[in-house]
Design a protein around this ligand. Structure first.
Ligand code: NAP
Length: 281
């Protein structure tokens, strides 16, 4: 191993399903970089020891996934402004021995919408879920002008309240939706975003097809399977869809840029993803 060799990794639990090693190694190989990316299963109580170990081997950088996105902040040296707003990080960069935390879920979420040139002015948004990803989503949305209201639906209403408070702190309007109203509000929403893991194991979608307007945009951040039940319902309703794999690729791209200060080859990353999923239809 020569002096320029850099190692990156992802820590989380479970980690077997992670597509990040495939995506990043594809980019390193295409660019001929002397880098590699591996996945480590790090259980809940092992976070401190694991990060100490990553420091001792002078790891170049790492991604963080469930359940460590919040607690990792206790073990880094610096957090950028976005991390402070979200209260969670998914990317750490080793900057001259200091571990600096970033949240690339924020740009990763918004870029697929910007690429479609979505108009945000006056729109009603519905967010399903109120966990870490939902917090990144609302921080991302707060960078867009003119959103009329963010409707929040979550199983645990304390978490809905926490998310609504963040939305208000970010200068946007928020409403908490009850189970009785969720289908009705969904129909009136211009942008419906699923941030719950529902769909990963083929569960029923929280929103029925009949509750989706053909004029709406439905964004499911679950990326496996590509066509979740919610995406299928949206297609049946004739709505526009945004796939979770688009966010996955964008957040990986943003992490890659933080680590290596260069653009990754997106086509190589896509190729390795679609090889596993099959091309989306
Ligand atoms: N595409 C991407 O790049 C990307 C990036 C980040 C995350 N994600 C995906 O987003 C999902 C959420 O991640 P996270 O970090 O936000 O997780 P999290 O912090 O654990 O939050 C999960 C949220 O989903 C809700 N939820 C979980 N199971 C549910 C169920 N059976 N029924 C109804 N609600 C349920 C939880 O509700 P309670 O509060 O009631 O528990 C909570 O609001 C994961 O599937 C993750 O893979 C995708």
């Amino acid at each position: 191993m020569n002096a320029d060799f850099k190692t990156y990794c992802i820590i989380g639990d479970p980690i077997d399903h992670s597509l990040s090693p495939a995506i990043h190694n594809a980019a390193f190989n295409t660019l001929g970089l002397n880098c590699s990316y591996i996945a480590f299963r790090v259980q809940e109580g092992q976070l401190k020891n694991s990060i100490d170990s990553l420091r001792s081997i002078n790891i170049a950088g790492f991604n963080v996934t469930m359940p460590h996105k919040v607690k990792v902040l206790n073990h880094v040296d610096r957090c950028d402004k976005t991390v402070q707003l979200v209260g969670a990080a998914n990317t750490v960069n080793n900057e001259k021995g200091k571990f600096c935390a970033y949240n690339t879920d924020v740009p990763g979420f918004i870029r697929p919408l910007r690429k479609r040139k979505i108009g945000f002015n006056g729109i009603e948004v519905m967010i399903l879920g109120a966990g870490g990803a939902a917090r990144a989503v609302v921080v991302a949305l707060s960078g867009e002008k003119g959103i009329a209201n963010i409707n929040i639906f979550n199983r645990n209403t304390d978490r809905s309240t926490d998310l609504a408070n963040l939305v208000k702190k970010l200068g946007l309007n928020a409403s908490i939706i009850s189970n009785d109203d969720v289908q009705k509000i969904a129909y009136k929403s211009d942008l419906i975003i699923n941030t719950t893991p529902l769909g990963m194991s083929n569960e029923k979608s929280l929103i029925k097809s009949a509750s989706i307007s053909k004029d709406s945009i439905v964004y499911d951040i679950v990326y496996m399977p590509i066509n979740t039940k919610l995406i299928e319902n949206a297609k049946t309703a004739g709505a526009q869809v945004v796939y979770g794999y688009e966010m996955l690729l964008e957040q990986a791209t943003a992490s890659f840029k933080i680590w290596l200060k260069m653009d990754p080859p997106i086509d190589s990353m896509k190729k390795v993803l679609f090889g596993m999923f099959g091309e989306p239809t």
